[in-house]
Design a protein around this ligand. Sequence first.
Ligand SMILES: [Zn+2]
Length: 445
Amino acid sequence: ICAKETTESATFVYRGTFVHSTQQTALQILKDALLGVDLSIFFQSLPLSSQFSQLKVISFICHKAVFFGLLHSSEFFMPGLVDTHIHASQYSYAGTALDMPLLQWLNAYTFPVESCFKDLEFARKVYTQIVRRTLRNGTTTACYFATIHTEASLLLGQIANDFGQRALVGKVCMDRNDCVKHYKETLQDSQDETCRFIKELLEKKYPLVKPVVTPRFAPSCTGALLEQLGEIAKNNNLHIQSHISETHEEVKLVKELFPESESYTDVYRKHNLLTDKTVMAHGCHLSDEELALFRETGASLSHCPNSNFSLCSGVLNVRNVLKHKVKLGLGTDVAGGYSASMLDAVRRALDASKVLTIQDPKYKTLSFEEVFRIATLGGSQALSLDDQTGNFEVGKDFDALRINVAAEGGPIDLIQDEEPKILLEKFLNLGECHFLFAPENLSLM
Ligand SMILES: [Zn+2]
């Protein structure tokens, strides 16, 4: 169910189990609860004994038709998944090309494919597929990298809007590329086209789609470009996304390219690219001092475990990130990560945590509840969208997945009745999503 599923003329009330995260608790279970939605969530409570009369009161107060949905005991609602880092433009080769480390991988596979997005028909094909696929996988919010091409990046924004997905869309900026020379911009072009992209996307007034300033990563940008992008983001109060400390080789390269900076994080900070609306992917090799800079500036990290394993980049110490109180979301990082599914990202995040425990038995493995929070509320905080989405707090949009763990023909065999906590754990480990809104289960009050 996507945010704008409901209309001004109708109110929806659901009764059943809701699972979500709050600031205080990684997993809050609202069993046999009522939740009311019109333009946003306006009502959330445990049902009184006479819930039907309560619904009639709502109907009376709202002067609107109230649709009532009753969930089965094998069903629950959970917040939509938030993918904080995904390259829409790399989807065509997802599931392949995982045989090289990052810097070689970019030259061999990524840059040649991304350069094809000057062809709008190719872009339309790939972008339609990735938005459809992520929605089918339960991603109601995505933070996308596109390519350096303005028209194709605007098209990605339009497609996300048409499908009703909440999205941050970034036209990639890069004025440094010595290996694939035809895939880069001049400093002036990058600056001008970024401004045009932002202006034209904002003029569309899409309710759920916003631009994000997107320097690819420090090695692809000159200091002058980083400076300009920091200015643009500041002047327009925009989101920022990039990559940081994914591999040791990359960290070494940044040190050579920006000798005046104290650290990789300092490169972005110096250019005003580390703000409370910044999300940086990976961060596998950040020092404690750098994490402290993230905390100070309010910038966040996107944990991309599939990609970190697939390109042998590193293993993020999530416990240490949380200890430094840095905002943290989860990302698929297609196509360095081979799966566009956030459920896969949840499973890989649990695996990554277990790898750290195998290496050091004193390392406290992440629980599934903690990873659930990172994939939902954590992601919305990482993208500074937690006033709109991430959990079922009153006032937020109803970005939600209706899960039936015992769906016929589904991947889970439910042998006996289980508590909601077990149903959620089974779903996270074994489940699959199918984008299907089923209003036939609703009855008019
Ligand atoms: Zn990435």
